[in-house]
Design a protein around this ligand. Structure first.
Ligand code: NDP
Length: 253
């Protein structure tokens, strides 16, 4: 006797691990058919099997957000498999530590492009259709580093600051279209991020982070905490726009 939820196909870009994987599971649990995109499609397939085993609908596609052709091909396949996309989560990201004057310009540009260019390619692929249909949600996963830069993450900070600037402009452009663009800004979250750093780099960055006072509570959130915030944003009723949610670890009792 319960009302069936509306069918709102959702895309998670960067769904193979961490926050994106948790978000795909959370959106599926909320009734969304979910398209999981990443370079490591094997990892996405494992999640898709889990979603299907629970009675959900899932599609997996290869996706590299740094490549416009890959994003366009992914968008076409998702639409063919799941129908018009109503929810997009722009979550792909990575962070590589390095002292700014030692990071090669090409690497710096690549890392900034992943954050800003990747999000822009997703906007180009999905937002025009949403505007035409006068409904949709696009959520950008930013970082607390977007407003409190940390040393040795200059390209990451530049990317996330730039991303938030782009989203603020997008929010104004989308006013009155029925499409909501939102930012979810996680604090430190336990994921695969940083697990490929060498141990000295990781220890150094964490040390500096605490020393510079940016981590008052240097413990980590679970990816599900961010996934819950994202699902809340896209579940807001019409007439309500959750523009920005920052999620931080609570201070220990
Ligand atoms: P993970 O490393 O666990 O996940 C990163 C995801 O991004 C993976 O699914 C990866 O998939 C995907 N990805 C990376 N590059 C690309 C690409 N070129 N094209 C498509 N997908 C890509 O880290 P998190 O879950 O922590 O990170 C998710 C987001 O959260 C990022 O935007 C990050 O900046 C942000 N964030 C994380 C915080 C943290 O403390 N962990 C804090 C604040 C923000 P694959 O490699 O298979 O392509």
């Amino acid at each position: 006797k319960y009302a069936q939820p509306e069918r709102r196909p959702a895309v998670v870009a960067g769904a193979s691990s961490g926050i994106g994987a948790a978000t795909a599971l959370s959106l599926a649990a909320a009734g969304h058919p979910v398209a999981l995109g990443a370079r490591r499609t094997d990892k996405c397939e494992e999640l898709a099997s889990q979603i299907r085993a629970g009675g959900g609908e899932a599609y997996v596609g290869a996706l590299d957000v740094t490549d416009g052709d890959s994003v366009a091909a992914f968008a076409d396949k998702v639409t063919a498999e799941l129908g018009d996309v109503e929810v997009v989560i722009s979550n792909a990201g990575s962070v590589n530590p390095g002292t700014i004057h030692e990071v090669e310009t090409e690497r710096f540009q690549r890392e900034v492009d992943l954050a800003i260019g990747g999000a822009h390619r997703l906007v180009r692929a999905f937002v025009p259709g949403m505007v035409e249909r006068r409904r949709g949600d696009i959520v950008f996963v930013s970082s607390d580093v977007a407003v409190r830069a940390r040393p040795f993450m200059s390209s990451y900070a530049a990317g996330k600051w730039g991303l938030e600037g782009m989203v603020h402009a997008l929010q104004m452009e989308l006013e009155g279209t029925g499409v909501r663009a939102s930012i979810v800004r996680p604090g430190p979250t336990w994921s695969e991020m940083g697990t490929d750093w060498d141990v000295d780099d990781a220890a150094f960055v964490l040390n500096q982070w605490v020393r510079f006072g940016h981590a008052r509570h240097p413990h980590f959130l679970k990816p599900t905490a961010i996934a819950d915030a994202i699902t809340t944003v896209v579940s807001a009723p019409r007439g309500v726009h959750l523009n920005l949610i920052e999620v931080s670890p609570e201070a220990p009792l």
